[in-house]
Write a protein that binds this ligand. Structure first.
Ligand SMILES: Cc1cc2nc3c(=O)[nH]c(=O)nc-3n(C[C@H](O)[C@H](O)[C@H](O)COP(=O)(O)OP(=O)(O)OC[C@H]3O[C@@H](n4cnc5c(N)ncnc54)[C@H](O)[C@@H]3O)c2cc1C
Length: 399
């Protein structure tokens, strides 16, 4: 029987890969992370980190590093993008900590990455190799997985378990029988930052997450401590070339989608910026995430989802914690540990993805459906709206 390994190789040093490195190192595994990029530089964009994720980061010793560079928003406020009418408010801040026993944070992605890397560097049993790309995987009868790549100075790296944390366009996924493929969702994200004191931020509160709803697009705005700006992310139909944030895209589609919004918002496509654009690709969560020969996929590599529930990074963090935990608690049987990981994670990932699909439906609703949505939201107290999220934010990573 193939034993659960003590030597783990992780492809990808994004949020999933770095969290997995910390989680496995904490369980006593020897861990190597290979990252294609020569330097770790997250682009200038924000991230919402919900309590289900910050609870795990606390356990991994990362949360204390995040608090000084994060904001704890007071609430999430849903507004009509045309009238600016408040449709609903979900309390966060101290209420989130009381209710879900961990903070709800918004921060710059680069600050999360820096905190994870700092924690990784303090662990003698984690070896981080930058400029090393996974290209191919080979298996042998003794249960060794060999990752074959370029740029590492050591083109063959052996381990007992390869974790594919290499994002939505994963290479590791090609070596998992039955894995799903990534595909375009037909939607794209636009991103920009405005200075919080500027006239452009007049309707963008600096103490909350705002979601402005409209059938053609929705806009999320929240403060980022780093740089003192307000992070803007608009989601709508469309596509741009894959692979990286397109710098200086043609903003006309965004201008058109927001043309009849409240003037304080409709001016943002032209006056805020520079805007960048990103194609939203997803991976069907029904595909296989593990191969008993010794591969497990986590994060976007396994199940990239649309960002409508702001849960992709949180799910990646949860995956990392659960995989390390099952690998440690089923120590003598790697295939069984991998099956257990998939079995534990699949219902949760499906539910989070469904929540994103529901938000998309509700936030982009028009006509009578939008009217019904507004009525339902009006009858729901902030307490009830928060309670609806207990299953998501209250999750504790207990196995
Ligand atoms: C507009 C938008 C807003 C979002 N907002 C939120 C939010 O508020 N909250 C939230 O929880 N989630 C959010 N998400 C989702 C979140 O960004 C992703 O789910 C998360 O970043 C996935 O992390 P990952 O580590 O799995 O993948 P990635 O971040 O893609 O990291 C993969 C890493 O692997 C490396 N790599 C790739 N191929 C190879 C290879 N062959 N060999 C070695 N290394 C390789 C890459 O260079 C990269 O460093 C948002 C997504 C979008 C698009």
């Amino acid at each position: 029987m193939k034993k659960t390994p003590r030597r783990v190789l992780i492809a990808g040093a994004g949020i999933a890969g770095l969290t997995a490195a910390l989680a496995f190192a904490r369980e006593g595994f020897e861990t190597t992370v290979i990252e294609r990029a020569a330097r770790l530089t997250e682009i200038g964009a924000g991230l919402q980190l919900s309590p289900n994720a910050t609870r795990i980061l606390f356990r991994l010793g990362v949360l204390d590093r995040l608090l000084p560079v994060s904001t704890q928003p007071r609430a999430v406020m849903l507004r009509d993008a045309v009238t600016l009418a408040l449709l609903a408010e979900v309390p966060l801040g101290a209420e989130a900590e009381r209710r879900w026993k961990a903070p709800y944070l918004v921060l710059h992605r680069a600050d999360l990455q820096a905190a994870l890397v700092d924690a990784v560097k303090e662990r003698p049993n984690i070896h981080l190799m930058l400029g090393a790309t996974l290209e191919h995987v080979a298996f042998d009868e003794e249960g060794t997985v060999t990752a074959i790549g370029t740029g590492s100075g050591n083109s063959e790296l052996r381990s007992h378990l390869l974790i594919g944390a290499d994002g939505v366009w994963s290479v590791a996924r090609h070596f998992v029988a039955g894995a799903a493929r990534s595909r375009s969702s037909g939607k794209m994200a636009w991103r920009a930052t405005v200075e919080s004191g500027s006239p452009l931020a007049a309707v963008l509160p600096a103490d909350s997450v705002s979601a402005f709803l409209h059938p053609a697009a929705h806009l999320i705005a929240y403060p980022m401590k780093a740089g003192g700006g307000i992070n803007l992310a608009a989601l709508m139909k469309g596509d741009v070339p894959s692979g990286s944030w397109s710098a200086r895209p043609d903003t006309r589609p965004l201008t058109q989608a927001t043309a009849n919004w409240a003037p304080a918002l409709a001016c943002l496509p032209e006056k805020a910026g520079p805007w960048t654009a990103w194609p939203i690709h997803t991976v069907d969560p029904s595909g296989r995430w593990t191969d008993g020969r010794g591969i497990a996929l986590i994060g976007d590599a396994a199940h990239a989802m649309t960002p409508f529930a702001a849960q992709g990074a949180a799910m990646a963090i949860e995956d990392a914690a659960v995989l390390a935990s099952v690998a440690a608690t089923v120590p003598d049987d790697l295939p069984q540990a991998l099956v257990r990981y998939e079995t534990l994670r699949r219902p949760r990932i499906r539910r989070a993805a469904r929540r994103g699909a529901f938000n998309h439906f509700a936030w982009h609703a028009s006509g009578p459906i939008a009217l019904a949505r507004n009525l339902v939201l009006k009858t729901r107290s902030p307490e009830k709206l928060a309670a609806d999220l207990d299953w998501l934010y209250g999750w504790g990573a207990e196995i």
